[in-house]
Design a protein around this ligand. Sequence first.
Ligand code: SAM
Ligand code: ZN
Length: 401
Amino acid sequence: MPIEKKYTEGRTTFLSADVEYYSGQKKQPTASLPVFYNPRMQLNRDLSVLFLRAYMMKHPVELMCEPLTGSGVRTLRYLNECRGDFKAILCDANPLAAETAQKNVEALGFSNRAEVVHGDAKLLLMSKSREQRFDFVDIDPFGTPAPYLYAAVQSINPREGLLAITATDMPVLCGVHPKIALRRYGGFSTRTPYTHEIAVRLLNGFIYNVAGACDCSIKPLAVLSTDHYVRTWVKIEANRTEANLQAREIGTILYCTGCMHSEIRALSMKVEDSSFEHQKDGCTGPIRVAGPLWIGELFSTEYLMDTIKAHENVDRETYHRRVPDMLEKMMGESALTNRPYIDIHSLCDLYNLTPPKNQIIIDGLKEQGFEVTRTHFKPTAIRTTAPVSEITRIIIEHTKR
Ligand SMILES: C[S@@+](CC[C@H](N)C(=O)[O-])C[C@H]1O[C@@H](n2cnc3c(N)ncnc32)[C@H](O)[C@@H]1O
Ligand SMILES: [Zn+2]
């Protein structure tokens, strides 16, 4: 057995390989840990617990599956910190991880609610779900979740089920390797100041494609972008009529590096360069294209309200300090995700301006009657109905004062 250490997250205490001992000087725990556990993902797991609690307020969950579980911490927290007596199947290909997860399940008294399997994630998803389909599947791999997606979607209860997916292959999703993004996620990534939004839209677009191939529709409930990963929560339901209608939510995003103007185009629309509304006199681009990807909503406001309620009923002290701020920003931006966020610092770099405080721009835009919110994606960015030229005008006016 590896050298182990006791950790506590939320109100759950569990054992895993001693991260400090095995990581040495490295900043991040790596895949070479005998049993994988990354304490820096606590914010992700805190929000994941809250999002499951919120989902369970309105949808039944009898059986869930986490096929890439590591120490088991994520599912142990679901079992321990969400209401109800739902059951869970945990799996890992690493025998030491499966052993640790089993030990944790027993120590927390969950032997009657949790089954730990040592094996391959895809095989498990496809085989175990034939007995009873899963109401919730959580995919949290190293790197890309793409290879697991078909099995995950097909393992979900066709009546309805929740799918949560993490991706950490950020260079691919954020435009460093657009061709790899095309083959993994079905759309080109591209470098923009809102590259993390492109990343979650590519992930949702890919989920739409896989779900659609299985005659299912999707409903995005929430997305999370922080540090070195993105994560999405999507409700899946067998509904081919809705899936057909959702074709309109797939499209491309055009971004001009010359003036920072973006346009979202549904895939069925004809793209003519001349119709692109550049925001700077004489701007000729170049225009970059991302997609095809999900251009629909990224959050359900109702779901976020339930999540905020769920947060009121937990021991907040044990949760990551950023949780309330994240939820508040998600709530704010949820009504404005029909356009990408705009990073004020990138805009100021482009126009050679000094960035003022975000609040000054927000107040200025509101005065002009535009809708505007902050975004959880980036502290220096906003979402607004205003064009880039209006934001630039407000910054220039402010600088003159
Ligand atoms: C990022 S870690 C999981 C972390 C965990 N979900 C958490 O929140 O702490 C990915 C895990 O997937 C396991 N794994 C990799 N390939 C697998 C496969 N094909 N089937 C099952 N498990 C696999 C690894 O051993 C590792 O424990
Ligand atoms: Zn332009």
